[in-house]
Each structure stands twice: as C-alpha cells, then as structure tokens.
Design a protein around this ligand. Structure first.
Ligand SMILES: [Zn+2]
Length: 713
C-alpha cells in the first residue's frame, strides 16, 4: 500500500495527496519568530543531512506543536498574500507561489504522519486528534478562498510547458472538487463537515490501534500452538513476557481478517480462537469498538458529497481517478467477482474433501481454510511453506532479490548507510545510485511489527522530488514482519517476500520521479494508478534469474533447488479463488458504504455488511472479506474510501503491462528504461490513461488478469 496517513494529513494542505513541499519565500518574514524556543526547533530549518533527510536525532515530541502552529500561520500569510496580490494573476505569482508555500508546516507534518503510522506514542496520538480538524480547516481556508479561486481560473495556459499546463488543470479541478464553486453558506457547512470528518477518522485509527493491541490472543499451554515452528513459539513467548504475562504465549493480530499463523496451527480450537479474535477485534462494545465512529463517518461523508452536489461520496471521490465514476469501478468488480467466487467454491470442495478423507467430521469454517489449503497445496503441488521459508532470510531477500532485480532492470545500485539518524533502532538505511552512478535517493526500511506501528505494509516519502524546490526523494518502506527471537535469523514467508517487492515498486516510483512541481511528482497519482508500479514489481520475486539469486538457504548457503522453484511457480495460481474473492468482496463493501444516496440506507455496521455481501453474491461463509467493516482501516482511517477497488484496477493495468514485458524479453535493461520512461518517471504530469497506452500500445484489457489468476485459459 501507498501510505495514506501521511497523504491524508498533507492533503489537508493541498487536497488530493499532493504535497506542498516548499521553499523559503520572502513572505516568511511576515510571521516573525517570536517564540525563542523555535530557534532550536529542527523543523524551522531545512535539514542539513543529505537530501534534507529528517534529523531524527534532534526531533522530539515537543517540537511538533510549535512547528505546526508556526507553520500554519506562515502558510496562512503566504496564501493571503497570493490571493490578495494587486498584480494580475499569473502562473508564477499564483500557482508556483502556492507550490512553494508552507515550508515549515510541510516539513513537520510529513515527519509527524510517518511517525504516527510507524512509531507512535500517546503524545503523538493526542496531537494527531488535536490537529486533524485544525489541518482540515487550514486546507479549507485555501480551497474555499474566493479570490484565490478566481485568480486560478483566470490563468492563461498559453506559453506554459506541458507540465505547467497540467498543473493549472490540476489546481482548477482540485478547487472545484473541494467546493470552490459553492455558495458562502454551503462553504461554511462544508468546513464544519471536513473538520468533523478529520476528527472522526483520527479517532477511528486510534481506536483500531488499541483494538489490535488488545486483541492478541494468550495461550497458556504450548500444546495449543502445535504446528508452529520453534522460532514462532519462542517469539510468542517473548511477546507474552513483554506484555506482562511471562510463561504464556501471545499471538498478536495482523491487520487482515485471516491470520498468517493459522495455516500451521493444528489445534482447531486454537485456530477458532485466533480467527474470532481477529474478526471481533473492534466490536466488543468497549473503548476500542469502532462501529459508532464508522456510522458517523459514513453519514457525514454522504452529507459532504451532497453538499458538493453529488449523489454519493463515491461519485464525488472518483472524479479525478482513472475510473472517474463508481459505475466504471463496479463494472470491473463484477467482471472479476463471479469467476472468483466460482473458483473459490471449487477450492472449498477440495478442502472439504480433504477434511472428510481425514475423518475430520466437521464442515470447513474460515479458520480452517488456510490450514487445509496449505495441505491441499502440499498434496497438489507438493509444496510446503516451511520447506521454502529457510530460503527467505530478510536481508538476503532485500539485497540479493529486490535490489538485484532493480539492478538488472533499471541499472540501480545500493549502498548501506549507517551514519544517518533513524526513528527506531530497527530501521535500516541505503543510498540509491542510478545506472550512471549518480546518487538519486535515500531509502529507509522498517521491517518489524510493534505495538506502536499500524498494521500492514506501506511506502511513504519523507522528502519528495521536485526540480522547483531542488529536492530529491527520501523514502521509507514499513512492514510488519515478525521480529525473530534474539540470535535467530529473520525468515519470512513467500507472501512477505512478495510484499517486499511490492513496496519497493512504490519506492521506485518515488525514486524515479522527475517533475518540476511537487504536486505532480512521483507517487502523487490517482489511487487507481498508484498500485500499478508496485504490482509490476511483485513479478520479479518469481523471475527465475532473480529468485535463484536471493533464495539462498540461511544455514547451508545453497541456492533454492530448481525443483522447488518449479513448484512455487506451479502453485502460483493456487488459492486464487479465495484470495480474489476476499479482495473483491472488500472492494464491493467499500463501494457500497460510499454509494449510499440516502441516510435511511445507512443501517448498523454489521447488518450493512451482511446485506452488501449478500447483494453481490459473496455468500460463501468460508470466504470472509479481507477486511471486516470494523477494522477496514483503508477506508475509515486512510484515504482509500471509495477507493479499495483501486487494487483491482491497478492490477488490471499490471497484468496487461506485465504481459507486454514478458512478450518483449522480460528482465532487460531496455524494458526497464522503457517502463521508467513512460510510467515511473512521469508522476502525474501526463494523462495516465495515455501513459499506459504509450507503454503497451493499447487500452487496458482485463483478460490477462483473469488468465493469470487461473480463471480463464
Ligand atoms: Zn501498495
């Protein structure tokens, strides 16, 4: 995933995930630094570190609030000056000036939002709740400023280069989407709604973090964990000790409905316990129950859309996406849903047959699925996850897999850095060099799960590329891999390997950014496009040349045997019915929540979900959605509201483009340069439907996706 929490906060400053990266301007003197403590605040000046990487050695909790307050005032003054400029509006004195505004605020917010996602604490959480509505109001102040909108509308595009023209269009559209055309009374109403929405979203995220923390399951007897590896058991024992229950075993919850450990847990009662803890984590009627917040959010989003003259929130949200309308997104989901469900039914039968063969005497339930699917996989493909895990040691996968593929395809090289400060001791740092040896980016990785970190995996920028501002990308990838017990190797599953390639795909999209204006730079693209580069990069994990290079046994140092590689490849379409159904059903659920057109359609959360799944034909109880509404953080706490379909949309682009790459020689420098030229380096500076056509020579086609998932021949 592309981090949205940072994007969200920053979008408070410049709607639609653009980052208002800024430079010192002459307007800054209008806000004198009156607070003497500000002079030592690390956010007041550009970092002296390479590429303005954040000075984590200096940044403390207490620096955020004064930097926010100063930064808000500073940008207010800058915006007023732009809006009330007596000179006739020009591209330079209006739009470029906006691109440069808010330097201090941007610097503080980008670090803040990354830390609240990756390494939060009660102080930061409280600040987050306090400032979310303030940032929302700040954003509205700009977008609903009538003078400013008038200036932007009157800017002539003649004489501008293509990126400049695109930026003018982008600003016009963003102002309209934000409500610049509304009456004064409706603007006031909208401001109120936006602040409330921001507060509710933050409240939701904080509740969910607590729910995940409280939701972990303690086991007293090691027999209950039968099937887990010695290392996994050791880690569970260590976690229980940290949680103040020495002698017990704690299995922490992952973000998704299904919990990865379930596939090895032999004890059915333990499986049920862990699964139910996951499913019910945020609906216990206690302080971390998210349902009431969700109901308020859904109702308020509808109100917002209607204030803005749209039928539904999705109609409003999708205007600037590739899909453009909810109907287009739904059409795609429908094309995938029924072959996915049909395939899942066949998979369910295979699983039930196996249970019956083993005289299990029960009907398959969701907590059984992965345990038996794993056995079916072993039987059908003779592939055992535990057999391959020793070949996936985390640093080897990174350096000899992810980096190696980037070297073969794009000519990149990487150098480990130990001199740059980090925000947590687990974070590792690299410098990235282009094919000609020029340094292009700083790249951080934060692998391990902890209570202070949101679930899932994501990419985010600390600094965004911009020629206007003279900045280069500083990027971070966060994961939630289980930290090995001390002295043990960090072995990850094939899924985790795939995630590492995925997140690096976002990173490379950021690293190859080549834009003048920060708002159009790198990963600041529509959400249904943003997963395209990351999904493309996942394919390298199974490329035979790459796989052989990184899949090395951590003890014997032997490369993975070819027979095992063949099995992994053969098993690639395994369980796709399940995996696609859980994804499409989550996407449909999201779209249903955001296409309600009347308050009366909003019924209690669990009833709403049940009805939605039934309406779409997702009636297989054994295949629950990837996220259950109470913990669907993408749509309630992040920016994927009415946007979870984006994964499927991007995947359509991905499979189609991947087919082009495969048919044209695969892992070659020539193909890498072509992908970089048309897709990775253009940011949002061109029409992305056109960018796709430039790369593949045609419009996106869904058939490669259906073929690759094994749904059609
Ligand atoms: Zn992603």
């Amino acid at each position: 995933m592309k981090n949205i929490s940072s994007v969200l906060l920053i979008s408070a400053l410049a709607l639609n995930q653009s980052c208002t990266t800024m430079k010192k301007t002459d307007t800054q003197q209008e806000v004198p630094v009156t607070d003497p403590s500000l002079s030592s605040n690390p956010f007041m000046k550009k970092s002296k570190l390479q590429y303005e990487a954040p000075e984590f050695n200096k940044i403390k909790n207490e620096h955020f609030k004064p930097a926010f307050d100063f930064g808000l005032k500073q940008q207010d003054a800058e915006i007023l000056k732009i809006a009330n400029n007596p000179e006739a509006p020009t591209f330079e004195n209006t739009i470029v000036a906006l691109e440069k505004s808010g330097e201090v605020l941007k610097r503080a917010v980008i670090v803040f939002s990354n830390l609240t996602s990756a390494n939060t604490n009660p102080t930061l959480q409280a600040l987050d709740e306090e400032y979310a509505p303030i940032f929302a109001a700040h954003s509205d102040k700009m977008y609903l400023n009538e003078n400013l909108y008038k200036r932007i509308k009157s800017i002539k595009e003649d004489g501008l280069d293509a990126e400049g023209k695109r930026l003018v269009q982008y600003y016009k559209q963003n102002f309209e989407i934000a409500g610049a055309n509304l009456s004064a009374a409706d603007k006031e109403k909208l401001k109120q709604i936006n602040q409330e929405l921001a507060s509710l979203s933050t409240q939701y995220s904080n509740k969910l973090l607590e729910a995940r923390k409280q939701g972990g399951v303690f086991f007293s007897d090691v027999k209950e964990l039968d099937g887990l590896s010695a290392d996994e058991i050791a880690a569970a024992a260590a976690d229980a000790k940290t949680a103040g229950q020495p002698g017990k075993y704690l299995l922490a919850l992952q973000n998704t409905t299904q919990q990865p450990l379930l596939q090895n847990m032999k004890n059915r009662a333990s499986r049920e316990k862990l699964f139910k803890a996951s499913w019910q984590r945020a609906e216990k009627g206690d302080g971390s129950d998210t349902r009431e917040t969700i109901e308020k959010l859904a109702a308020l989003r509808l109100k917002k859309a209607q204030t803005l003259g749209k039928k539904s929130f999705a109609d409003w949200k999708l205007q600037d996406q590739m899909a453009k309308t909810p109907e287009a997104a739904k059409k795609l989901m429908n094309q995938i849903a029924s072959p996915a469900v049909e395939t899942a039914k066949r998979e369910a039968k295979d699983i039930q047959d196996l249970i019956d063969q083993q005289k299990g005497g029960f009907k398959v339930e969701p907590w059984d699925w992965n345990f038996y699917a794993e056995q079916v996989r072993k039987a059908k493909y003779d592939l055992d996850e535990n057999q391959i895990k020793p070949y996936f040691e985390v640093t080897t996968v990174l350096e000899k897999g992810v980096f190696y593929a980037a070297e073969k395809f794009y000519g990149l090289t990487f150098k480990k850095r130990t001199d740059l400060p980090v925000y947590h001791p687990d974070v590792v740092t690299y410098e990235v060099f282009d094919h000609d040896g020029k340094s292009i980016a700083i790249y951080y990785l934060d692998f391990y799960t902890r209570d202070s970190k949101n679930g899932g995996a994501w990419m985010s920028n600390f600094v965004e590329q911009s020629y206007l501002l003279g900045t280069k990308p500083v990027i971070v990838n966060c994961y939630n891999y289980q930290k090995p017990a001390p002295g043990k190797p960090s072995l990850i599953s094939y899924d985790d390997v795939s995630t590492m390639f995925h997140e690096f795909g976002h990173s490379i999209h950021g690293m190859f950014a080549s834009q003048k204006y920060p708002s159009l730079s790198g990963t600041n693209v529509p959400r249904d496009f943003v997963e395209f580069p990351s999904q493309i990069n996942e394919h390298w994990a199974l490329d035979p040349v790459v796989l052989k290079n990184y899949a090395i046994h951590y003890e014997t140092r032997q490369p993975i045997p070819q027979a095992l590689v063949d099995k992994i490849k053969k098993a690639a379409t395994f369980n796709q019915g399940y995996m696609t159904t859980e994804l499409v059903s989550a996407a449909a659920l999201d779209m249903d929540w955001h296409t309600v057109t009347n308050q009366s359609q909003l019924i209690p959360v669990l009833d709403f979900e049940k009805q939605s799944l039934k309406d779409h034909g997702f009636t297989l109880a054994t295949v629950p959605p990837r996220y259950h509404t109470p913990y669907f953080a993408h749509i309630w706490g992040g920016g994927y509201s009415a946007g979870y379909y984006a994964y499927l949309w991007s995947e359509t682009l991905d499979n189609d483009a991947w087919e082009w790459i495969k048919n044209n020689g695969g892992l070659t420098r020539e193909n890498g340069d072509r992908f970089r030229k048309y897709i990775l380096s253009v940011g949002n500076s061109v029409d992305l439907n056109q960018a796709f056509r430039d790369f593949t020579g045609h419009d996106p086609d869904i058939k490669p996706l259906l073929r690759n998932r094994g749904f059609i021949k």
